[in-house]
Design a protein around this ligand. Structure first.
Ligand code: FE2
Length: 326
């Protein structure tokens, strides 16, 4: 007959054994726990108000030049994480002032820019000039050369989303500076694979709303598709836009992925892991993995929530799950 073995050893014997193991850099797996029945994020739900972020971005532009800072970036910091907004993805605020450039470089972390404020300006991606208007999504995929320039009269401010915490954890990060400050580029192209104008997304959401085919759980939601593969925009990051009509409330759900949201416009609240996050135009908030989340548009305007998550990583590794609250 097979059964669980029952061995009684003395505390002294055990401690002596553990001491030997430690000296040999070996750790017994049966002490220290480490098993949980479901994901427990170290990150906590958190919201950053635009009314706080914008003045500090402007202050950064007074204090630090793009000569001093490779990128003039404020890292939104989850209260429980080291300098990052979520477990695998950062959500940062970058500002480029009139006449400034942020020099060309590339890295193995993939990045997205979601434009918050500005009247133009551009990012050069692998020699292609990509315009940046409020509400636009601009991609600079893994290892693509990119530099930013503001040729307008006002500040340009955008949300940077990158997978650098993931890349760092995988110890796969490379970084390289371009041999010149800026890339040269040809005439602006009409449509770039790395550019998703807000006007297109807004129209597509409106068409979906008009068709009456809203999902009661999620409101009106569209994922940005990679224009070449039809899949997520980048291998490590999925982006989507969610439209909530006035009074609309989504059903609570949770997913194995961390998600950062930016309120493009509108006012409302999200209940995230039991915490109520009240948001309005241009705020940013983070939803940790496997945390119930529901959104409510409490205002009298349509609300547009831009979101980006690491769901493609979870799906590629067969780790993705989602659950709607009954
Ligand atoms: Fe970069």
């Amino acid at each position: 007959m097979l059964e669980l073995s029952d061995i009684k050893s003395s505390e002294e014997e055990l401690q002596d054994y553990y001491t030997q193991l430690r000296a040999q850099h070996v750790t017994p797996a049966w002490i220290g726990g480490g098993i949980s029945s479901e994901p427990q994020s170290k990150a906590v739900p958190y919201l950053w108000h635009w009314r706080d972020l914008r003045p500090q971005a402007m202050r950064a532009a007074e204090l630090v030049g793009t000569q001093q800072a490779e990128r003039r970036v404020l890292r939104l910091t989850n209260p429980e994480l080291p300098g990052i907004a979520s477990n695998t993805l950062v959500a940062n605020i970058q500002i480029v002032m009139p006449g400034e450039v942020a020099r060309a470089h590339r890295h193995s972390g993939a990045a997205l820019r979601f434009i918050i404020e500005g009247g133009g300006g551009y990012t050069v991606v692998n020699g292609e000039r990509v315009p940046m208007f409020p509400g636009d999504l601009v991609l600079t995929p893994n290892w693509s050369w990119h530099d930013h320039a503001n040729d307008t009269d006002g500040p340009m401010i955008w949300l940077d989303g990158l997978d650098t915490p993931l890349v760092r954890m995988l110890e796969a990060g490379f970084y390289e500076e371009y041999h010149e400050e800026r890339q040269s580029f040809g005439a602006a192209v009409n449509s770039s694979p790395w550019h998703y104008p807000m006007s297109e997304m807004r129209a597509a959401l409106q068409r979906l709303a008009d068709s009456g085919s809203a999902d009661a759980a999620d409101g009106i939601i569209l994922e940005y598709k990679n224009r070449r593969t039809g899949g997520p925009v980048m291998p490590t990051i999925a982006c989507f836009m969610q439209l909530l009509r006035p009074g609309e409330q989504t059903r609570a759900s949770r997913r194995v992925c961390c998600t950062n949201y930016h309120v493009v416009e509108g006012a409302g609240c999200s209940i995230v892991g039991g915490r109520r996050l009240d948001w309005e135009d241009k705020d940013v908030f983070t939803v940790p993995t496997w945390t119930f989340c529901e959104h409510v548009n409490t205002g009298d305007r349509p609300a547009f929530l831009f979101g980006f998550s690491d769901a493609p990583v979870m799906k590629a590794l067969s780790l993705y799950r989602e659950e709607k609250r009954a």
